[in-house]
Design a protein around this ligand. Structure first.
Ligand SMILES: CC(=O)[C@@H](O)[C@H](O)COP(=O)(O)O
Ligand SMILES: NCC(=O)COP(=O)(O)O
Length: 240
């Protein structure tokens, strides 16, 4: 059965629109758990545009399922991760100008920062996943650096037009085969929603999907528990 990681970043986005106290991603995470989340994902960006350090601290005290802290390979956030010790750390690229995460980590071109970050996190008992484009060479480089999982960037798939979707799925399938063939966990995420999720969930050896924006968008209408439960039902039906 596919594991569902629910990303609560954009609950914090709504809160930060007024720099106030609500809606609280901590409450959203508890409701997501009631809806069937297997993990809670939260991205402590260097620019703090949504999740704040307070959210990380309180989520680490309250979440009862897996925690998946997304961070850049930057000393300040790495230090926080090593102190709070989430179940997983997902290393992602960041740039101030981006609307959202744009591409995967360039692991192939690593200047040592990714490798050092992996070692530092693992020394603190944290499992490490790398957010990479569905590129076989990037996945091989992630395996070589000792990542315990890769999260394939499904943004290009999600944005693909009808004539490109199969090609993007083939890229994801090929990259996933390298990951599972190397014995590391295969995750995927970014831009997945209630319609496009099924083909990705059905990819061979897919273990975990991390979904945020689409679930939070549905939650605005129906509530977090029901929005998560609906995604859970979709995954349970398509991947029993
Ligand atoms: C890496 C990824 O795709 C998401 O988990 C990420 O958090 C999205 O970036 P924003 O949260 O900045 O939208
Ligand atoms: N790493 C992907 C994630 O956590 C959620 O991305 P999105 O569903 O908010 O695009």
């Amino acid at each position: 059965m596919i594991e569902l990681g629910v990303n609560v970043d954009h609950v914090a986005t709504v809160r930060q629109a007024r720099r106030t106290y609500e809606p609280d991603p901590v409450v959203a995470a508890a409701l997501a758990e009631q809806g069937g989340a297997d993990g809670i994902t939260f991205h402590l960006r260097e620019d703090r545009r949504h999740i704040q350090q307070r959210d990380v601290e309180v989520l680490m005290q309250t979440v009862t399922v897996k925690t998946n802290l997304e961070i850049a390979c930057a000393p300040e956030v790495l230090q926080i991760a090593c102190r709070v010790r989430p179940t997983w750390a997902l290393l992602v690229p960041e740039s101030r100008q981006e609307v959202t995460t744009e591409g995967g980590l360039n692991v192939l071109g690593d200047d040592g920062r990714v490798g050092d970050a992996i070692d530092q996190l693992k020394q603190h008992g944290i499992l490490v996943s790398l957010f990479v484009d569905p590129d076989v060479d990037q996945v091989k480089a992630a395996v070589d650096l000792g990542a315990q999982a890769v999260e394939l960037h499904t943004g290009p798939y999600a944005l693909a037009g009808p004539s490109e979707t199969d090609r993007e799925l083939d890229r994801l399938r090929a990259a996933g085969e390298v990951a599972s063939g190397a014995g590391i966990r295969l995750h995927a995420g970014h831009g997945l929603n209630y319609v496009n999720v099924r083909p990705v969930a059905k990819l061979p050896d897919m273990v975990e999907l991390n979904i945020g924006h689409a679930i939070v968008s549905r939650a605005v209408m129906v509530g977090m528990r029901d929005a998560v439960a609906e995604m859970r039902r979709i995954l349970d039906v398509c991947c029993p």
